[in-house]
Design a protein around this ligand. Structure first.
Ligand code: UGA
Length: 461
């Protein structure tokens, strides 16, 4: 099928390349000329594992092209995916001006029938607004734009895998024709009939559930899913604080709680809080949706508040350990909001660095992928070539993103490089027993006293 994808961000680019890989003819449009140039010259505008190969292969096979003018793509295609940004406004509501602008451009150049699919995360009832828009505007007498919602559940860092092996595909439609078209677009993924570009011996070939709903429900499913996941994280962070206060181990608590199939073990990792371009903004937007519908969404407001306090609490721990922060050298491991991405949007790591700078610390940081993007946000710290360089002469290391390479470091070497062997682990990626055995002072989230006691016990032996 001829498909247009508007927006070459994380969602748009993965969707465009994924659909091309499953056999569709895809044109991806972005009004950022520089981004289009980068993509057309074989580069990538951001780091996402597996995506570069996917884009390259499909460009070479002439199933995927990048252009900057919507008009040149829309006329020829049946399905148009809107994947533009919906950033938060001052009041937390989603800014839908890019979605509206794209709709306007589509109606100016659409001819005949098109299915317009909103993939950007939007508040419930946006589809209705789009339907109204398309019924008012349009230059062609034969023109008809159906609207559908098809929320994405791609995680940064594993977005390509999530595209090919989703837990479910949700479509919100109000016509059989729209449902049938979406069924056709996703047939290879639903039936798992594509040659898997992610796994060498792909054993994961069960049919993917296809959830067909009305448009409002599909829009709501997306916000409800992200809010629920954020709620799990804030819940376990709240429990972590209690564990510290009373002397319990949040790792064990989360493990056992998560063994209950009704609860599930994922998204129960405590830490310095959730970041990224989705959870913080989607939570705020969903709270606004609830409020304007007259519903009590205090629960989600509190989820947000707990998350905001994570950085304060971690900074308090740092100050507690360092006593006077001013003039002290602090090493930072990890800048991205999570591993396997170079994205630093709403990254707790950057928030913590800013607080350290305000306290007068000398910060030396390292991240395997996110240093360029972090430099644009915080230019005035020292960026290091590797984790060892960040540890050099440091009075403390703040471990803020759980990159796998940090787990393979020579920690004895790290200890010798540091001026005080203190690690504050904001992601609970290290084992307190191992670090204590190596002579580190180790502070994690939610195990409190036992880690410190283990350290002093080890030193007294
Ligand atoms: C999230 C959702 O997981 C995707 O399903 C959704 O499609 C996407 O938002 C979106 O709306 O576009 P993403 O933001 O890429 O994906 O990252 P997650 O893996 O969900 O992590 C979000 C944040 O929560 C990260 O900062 C991570 O470190 C944190 N987190 C996650 C925890 O602190 N604890 C956990 O147990 C899990």
């Amino acid at each position: 099928m001829n498909i247009t994808v508007i927006g070459a961000g994380y969602v748009g680019l993965i969707t465009a390349a994924g659909l091309a890989e499953t056999g569709h003819q895809v044109v991806c449009v972005d009004d950022d000329l520089r981004k289009v140039q980068v993509l057309n010259s074989g580069g990538m505008p951001f780091y996402e594992p597996g995506l570069e190969d996917l884009v390259k292969r499909n460009r070479q096979a002439k199933r995927l092209e990048f252009i900057s003018r919507i008009e040149d793509a829309v006329v020829k295609c049946q399905a148009i995916f809107i994947c533009v940004g919906t950033p938060p406004l001052e009041n937390g509501e989603a800014d839908l001006s890019s979605v509206e602008l794209v709709a306007r451009r589509i109606s100016e150049c659409a001819r005949g029938y098109h299915l317009v699919i909103e993939k950007s995360t939007v508040p419930v009832q946006t589809g209705r607004r789009l339907q109204k828009h398309f019924s008012i505007y349009g230059n062609d007498s034969q023109y008809h734009c159906d609207v559908a919602s098809n929320p994405e559940f791609l995680r940064e860092g594993s977005g390509v895998e999530d595209f090919f092996h989703p837990d479910r595909i949700v479509v919100g439609v109000d016509s059989d024709k729209a449902a049938a078209l979406l069924g056709e677009i996703y047939k290879p993924v639903l039936e798992q009939t594509f040659a898997c570009p992610v796994h060498e011996n792909c054993g994961n070939r069960a049919r993917v559930p296809f959830v067909i709903t009305d448009i409002n429900s599909a829009e709501l499913i997306k916000h409800a899913s992200n809010s629920f996941l954020a709620m799990k994280i804030s819940f376990i962070n709240m429990i972590a604080d209690l564990c510290e206060a009373v002397g319990a181990d949040v790792g064990k608590v989360a493990e056992a709680v998560g063994m209950d199939k009704r609860i599930g073990g994922s998204f129960l990792r405590p830490g310095v809080g959730f970041g990224g371009s989705c959870f913080p903004k989607d939570l705020q937007a969903f709270v606004r949706v609830g409020q304007s519908a007259g519903c009590d969404f205090t629960l989600l407001h509190e989820v947000e508040q707990i998350n905001q306090r994570r950085v304060d609490l971690f900074v308090k721990k740092i100050k507690n350990e360092l006593w006077v922060v001013r003039g002290k050298r602090v090493g930072v491991w990890g800048l991205a909001f999570k591993p396997r991405t170079d994205d630093v949007r709403c990254s707790p790591a950057l928030a913590i660095i800013r607080r350290m700078l305000a306290e007068g610390a000398l910060v030396r940081a390292y991240d395997p992928q996110a240093m360029e993007k972090a430099k644009a946000e915080i230019p005035d710290i020292e960026y290091c070539a590797d984790a060892y360089a960040a540890a050099q002469g440091a009075e403390a290391i703040l471990a803020l993103t759980e990159w796998e390479e940090f787990l393979h470091l020579d920690l004895l070497k790290v200890r010798h490089l540091m001026s005080r062997p203190l690690i504050l682990d904001g992601r609970n990626m290290f084992s307190s027993a191992t670090l204590a055995g190596l002579g580190f002072e180790y502070v994690d989230i939610g195990s409190g006293a036992p880690a410190r006691e283990a350290f002093f016990d080890a030193r007294n032996v």
